[in-house]
Design a protein around this ligand. Structure first.
Ligand code: FES
Length: 162
Protein backbone atom coordinates (compact mmCIF):
# COMPACT_ATOMS: atom_id res chain seq x y z
CA UNK A 1 0.00 0.00 0.00
CA UNK A 2 1.33 3.44 -0.89
CA UNK A 3 1.69 5.89 1.96
CA UNK A 4 3.10 9.39 2.34
CA UNK A 5 5.18 8.48 5.37
CA UNK A 6 8.88 7.77 5.70
CA UNK A 7 9.89 4.18 5.09
CA UNK A 8 11.59 2.65 8.13
CA UNK A 9 15.07 1.68 6.97
CA UNK A 10 17.72 -0.46 8.72
CA UNK A 11 19.52 1.84 11.18
CA UNK A 12 22.90 0.36 10.22
CA UNK A 13 22.40 1.79 6.75
CA UNK A 14 21.93 5.42 7.79
CA UNK A 15 24.18 7.67 5.70
CA UNK A 16 27.34 8.95 7.40
CA UNK A 17 27.10 12.44 8.86
CA UNK A 18 23.32 12.51 9.04
CA UNK A 19 22.89 11.58 12.72
CA UNK A 20 23.44 15.21 13.69
CA UNK A 21 22.52 16.81 10.39
CA UNK A 22 19.95 19.57 10.18
CA UNK A 23 16.66 18.80 8.47
CA UNK A 24 16.24 20.93 5.36
CA UNK A 25 13.17 21.26 3.15
CA UNK A 26 13.97 19.78 -0.25
CA UNK A 27 10.67 19.30 -2.09
CA UNK A 28 6.94 19.85 -1.59
CA UNK A 29 5.33 16.47 -0.93
CA UNK A 30 2.74 17.28 -3.62
CA UNK A 31 5.54 17.15 -6.21
CA UNK A 32 6.37 13.53 -5.41
CA UNK A 33 3.25 11.46 -6.12
CA UNK A 34 3.24 7.73 -5.35
CA UNK A 35 5.48 5.78 -7.69
CA UNK A 36 7.67 8.73 -8.67
CA UNK A 37 11.26 9.80 -8.02
CA UNK A 38 13.05 13.14 -7.96
CA UNK A 39 16.64 14.29 -7.71
CA UNK A 40 17.44 17.07 -5.25
CA UNK A 41 20.89 18.64 -5.08
CA UNK A 42 22.71 20.82 -2.63
CA UNK A 43 26.42 21.52 -2.84
CA UNK A 44 27.99 18.47 -4.44
CA UNK A 45 25.49 16.00 -3.02
CA UNK A 46 22.69 14.65 -5.20
CA UNK A 47 19.93 12.79 -3.40
CA UNK A 48 17.14 10.68 -4.79
CA UNK A 49 13.70 11.01 -3.25
CA UNK A 50 11.41 8.11 -4.05
CA UNK A 51 7.76 7.61 -3.14
CA UNK A 52 7.83 3.84 -2.95
CA UNK A 53 5.07 1.35 -2.24
CA UNK A 54 6.22 1.21 1.41
CA UNK A 55 6.87 4.90 1.98
CA UNK A 56 9.26 7.72 1.20
CA UNK A 57 13.01 7.31 1.04
CA UNK A 58 16.01 9.51 0.45
CA UNK A 59 19.20 7.88 -0.79
CA UNK A 60 22.13 9.03 -2.87
CA UNK A 61 21.25 9.53 -6.50
CA UNK A 62 24.22 7.32 -7.35
CA UNK A 63 23.99 3.61 -7.90
CA UNK A 64 26.21 1.73 -5.41
CA UNK A 65 27.71 -0.09 -8.39
CA UNK A 66 29.24 2.53 -10.69
CA UNK A 67 27.41 5.68 -9.61
CA UNK A 68 24.81 6.04 -12.37
CA UNK A 69 21.91 8.31 -11.35
CA UNK A 70 18.92 6.30 -10.18
CA UNK A 71 16.74 9.27 -11.15
CA UNK A 72 17.32 8.27 -14.78
CA UNK A 73 16.17 4.75 -14.01
CA UNK A 74 12.86 3.36 -12.83
CA UNK A 75 10.95 2.71 -9.61
CA UNK A 76 8.81 -0.40 -9.56
CA UNK A 77 6.98 -0.74 -6.24
CA UNK A 78 9.88 -1.06 -3.81
CA UNK A 79 12.57 -1.81 -6.38
CA UNK A 80 14.94 0.75 -7.88
CA UNK A 81 16.17 -0.06 -11.39
CA UNK A 82 19.52 1.46 -12.30
CA UNK A 83 19.71 2.76 -15.89
CA UNK A 84 23.08 1.02 -16.38
CA UNK A 85 24.09 -2.65 -16.11
CA UNK A 86 20.59 -3.90 -15.09
CA UNK A 87 21.25 -3.63 -11.34
CA UNK A 88 18.14 -3.49 -9.14
CA UNK A 89 17.85 -2.71 -5.43
CA UNK A 90 15.16 -3.30 -2.80
CA UNK A 91 14.53 -0.04 -0.94
CA UNK A 92 13.17 -1.90 2.11
CA UNK A 93 16.56 -3.20 3.14
CA UNK A 94 18.98 -1.66 0.64
CA UNK A 95 19.94 -5.03 -0.82
CA UNK A 96 20.67 -6.02 -4.40
CA UNK A 97 17.82 -7.82 -6.14
CA UNK A 98 19.51 -8.25 -9.52
CA UNK A 99 23.29 -8.08 -9.64
CA UNK A 100 24.78 -5.81 -12.36
CA UNK A 101 25.66 -7.53 -15.63
CA UNK A 102 29.33 -6.67 -15.17
CA UNK A 103 29.65 -8.95 -12.12
CA UNK A 104 31.84 -7.99 -9.19
CA UNK A 105 31.73 -8.26 -5.41
CA UNK A 106 28.50 -8.23 -3.47
CA UNK A 107 28.08 -6.31 -0.20
CA UNK A 108 29.54 -9.26 1.73
CA UNK A 109 32.56 -9.55 -0.54
CA UNK A 110 31.43 -12.61 -2.50
CA UNK A 111 32.27 -12.64 -6.20
CA UNK A 112 29.32 -12.61 -8.60
CA UNK A 113 29.99 -13.46 -12.26
CA UNK A 114 29.12 -11.40 -15.32
CA UNK A 115 25.87 -12.29 -17.04
CA UNK A 116 23.99 -11.48 -20.24
CA UNK A 117 20.31 -10.50 -20.20
CA UNK A 118 17.93 -12.65 -22.25
CA UNK A 119 18.07 -11.47 -25.85
CA UNK A 120 21.25 -9.52 -25.16
CA UNK A 121 24.51 -9.95 -27.03
CA UNK A 122 27.23 -11.52 -24.97
CA UNK A 123 30.55 -9.74 -25.28
CA UNK A 124 33.78 -11.68 -25.57
CA UNK A 125 35.15 -12.23 -22.07
CA UNK A 126 38.02 -10.01 -21.01
CA UNK A 127 41.28 -11.69 -20.11
CA UNK A 128 41.54 -11.91 -16.33
CA UNK A 129 44.71 -9.81 -16.34
CA UNK A 130 43.04 -6.99 -18.27
CA UNK A 131 42.86 -3.99 -15.91
CA UNK A 132 39.22 -3.44 -16.94
CA UNK A 133 38.33 -7.03 -16.02
CA UNK A 134 40.13 -6.69 -12.70
CA UNK A 135 38.39 -3.39 -11.96
CA UNK A 136 34.98 -4.94 -12.67
CA UNK A 137 35.73 -7.98 -10.54
CA UNK A 138 36.88 -5.81 -7.62
CA UNK A 139 33.97 -3.38 -7.75
CA UNK A 140 31.89 -3.95 -4.64
CA UNK A 141 28.16 -3.30 -4.87
CA UNK A 142 27.22 -2.23 -1.39
CA UNK A 143 23.75 -1.78 0.02
CA UNK A 144 21.86 1.50 -0.30
CA UNK A 145 22.48 4.19 2.32
CA UNK A 146 19.56 6.17 3.68
CA UNK A 147 19.08 9.80 4.63
CA UNK A 148 16.49 10.33 7.38
CA UNK A 149 13.50 12.30 6.19
CA UNK A 150 10.33 13.75 7.59
CA UNK A 151 7.30 15.63 6.36
CA UNK A 152 6.77 19.10 7.80
CA UNK A 153 4.14 21.59 6.67
CA UNK A 154 3.67 19.80 3.36
CA UNK A 155 7.40 19.68 2.57
CA UNK A 156 9.75 16.73 2.50
CA UNK A 157 12.68 17.49 4.77
CA UNK A 158 15.93 15.51 4.73
CA UNK A 159 18.67 15.32 7.35
CA UNK A 160 21.57 16.82 5.40
CA UNK A 161 25.00 15.56 6.45
CA UNK A 162 27.36 17.91 8.26
S1 FES B 1 25.89 1.71 -12.33
FE1 FES B 1 24.04 0.82 -11.58
S2 FES B 1 24.12 -1.24 -12.17
FE2 FES B 1 25.98 -0.39 -12.85
Amino acid sequence: MTSARPLVFPTALQAPGTAHGDFVAVLPLAELPPGTMARVSRGDLDLLLAHTAEGLIATEDRCPHMSAPFSEGRLDGCVLHCPLHRGTFDVRDGSVVTFPTTGGLDADGEYRPTWTPPGGTSKPPLMPEDPKARARAQTRVRRLRYYPLRIQDGDIEVAWPR
